[in-house]
Design a protein. Sequence first.
Length: 101
Amino acid sequence: MADESTLAQRAVRSDEDSRPAAPGMFNILLALEASHGLLTVRDVARLLGKSPFSIYRMAQKRQIPSLMIGGSRCFDPSVLALWLAKKEPTLAIAARRLRSA
């Protein structure tokens, strides 16, 4: 039977595996570009450092681009990347620098 520290290490590893990979320093635009398929509310909440409730509320108020598919809120990573680049141009500059490094 596994002890508590081993279980905690496994939980940390599985949480790290679910995060999008970005080279070197983290840049959200690079993480979004590396994403495949639609993102869930939890995925976007994790990327933006917000609660899922906040993401739902922002999407409902059209403060963040989203789609409703079959009653579920989804997010297109390429649309989110464009939205963030327009909202915060310094992110796009940093992403270009990380790509060329």
